[in-house]
Design a protein around this ligand. Sequence first.
Ligand SMILES: *Cc1c(COP(=O)(O)O)cnc(C)c1O
Length: 406
Amino acid sequence: MALQFPIYLDNNATTPMDPRVLEAMLPYLTNKFGNAASRNHAFGWEAEEAVDKAREQVAALIGANEKEIVWTSGSTESNNLAIKGVADMYKDKGKHIITAVHEHKAVLDPCKRLQKEGYEVTWLEPGRDGIIYAEQVRKAIRPDTILVTIMWANNEIGTVNEVPEIGALCKEHDIIFHTDATQYVGKLPCDVEAAGIDLLSASGHKMYGPKGVGFLYVRRRKPRVRLTPIFDGGGHERGMRSGTLNVPGIVGMGAAAEIARLEMPAEIARLTALRNILEEGVLEQLDHVHINGHRERRLPHTSNISFPYVEGESLMMAIKEVAVSSGSACTSASLEPSYVLKSLGVGDDLAHSSLRFGVGRFTTEEEVRYTLAALVKGVKRLREMSPLYELALEGIDPNTVEWGHH
Ligand SMILES: *Cc1c(COP(=O)(O)O)cnc(C)c1O
């Protein structure tokens, strides 16, 4: 098949919807339009049945009971509901929260708001490998800690934190554990029981489902987690999230979860192979490049690479037929270096020289090989114009100073 442009390698920002997901949704956008809360006629029952099926599908993907799934508009809402909901419900027990500096803004900002309202937040910092380890959490726990919120996989560098270990630790100390698993769910195996998770956020559009729908897993037993709702209204979703359910979106989320569950082993293998073609090619054909974040503890499809002596924005122009991100999608409108890379100790210059590649379900090997060739050509051409790179070749390397491992 001939290559089609542009090539999409930004699957951490959003994923295209799987055609099978659209297929499942279509009837609920047309003749099956009932309100799932209408209890007294067939239109309502039909919608409710579809929502229940989707609940089972996402529960199966994460090892939960379907009664533990609360539908939301996406992970931003799920994170807000989890963090603010716990903070308010358990404030008499304590007002201390533990999180990390390189979380997504949808976790950082709710925590910052709580801080302004009088809660205390401990901000853990990763080392060069980008991982948050259970031992760091252990050291931060206090008698008044009510919530630990640590993402499962990072959206910019793909690193996978020590979530099951952190879950076990929180159980031991009777602390509620929330994880923003938006990048992780549907990509790698997830079992909320085995991982000791009390609250988990996920989103449709990061796993080949529709935008504007997501869910929050809320543990019902051992312990039963309670949340103060953000919305007041009809009391839908066991009182935790009022509002008429987005039935077509929920059906799509369910279908996406089922496909992810059934195809995960094959998809992990395929995406790892594609990612490796790109990474190994870059490392073979270019000198002075760095892969950011732990090489093994990583999502199979994500690669964040620094190309010293090349400006990320110029490199994006040089490969403009390929859609990638420099920094994170949320901050690429501004010229601020990525706070995630900075938290790893990557200097500002190097952060500006970094690109994130995310292959996905619909990425072909041909597309990856095209990207690799364009990238190598682009970097070489831009470096020809860089006096700093010439110095580096002579052994005087201002940037490697920042790259000593610690
Ligand atoms: C995309 C993303 C979010 C936000 O999810 P939405 O469903 O778009 O609101 C939150 N956390 C992480 C890690 C993400 O990647």
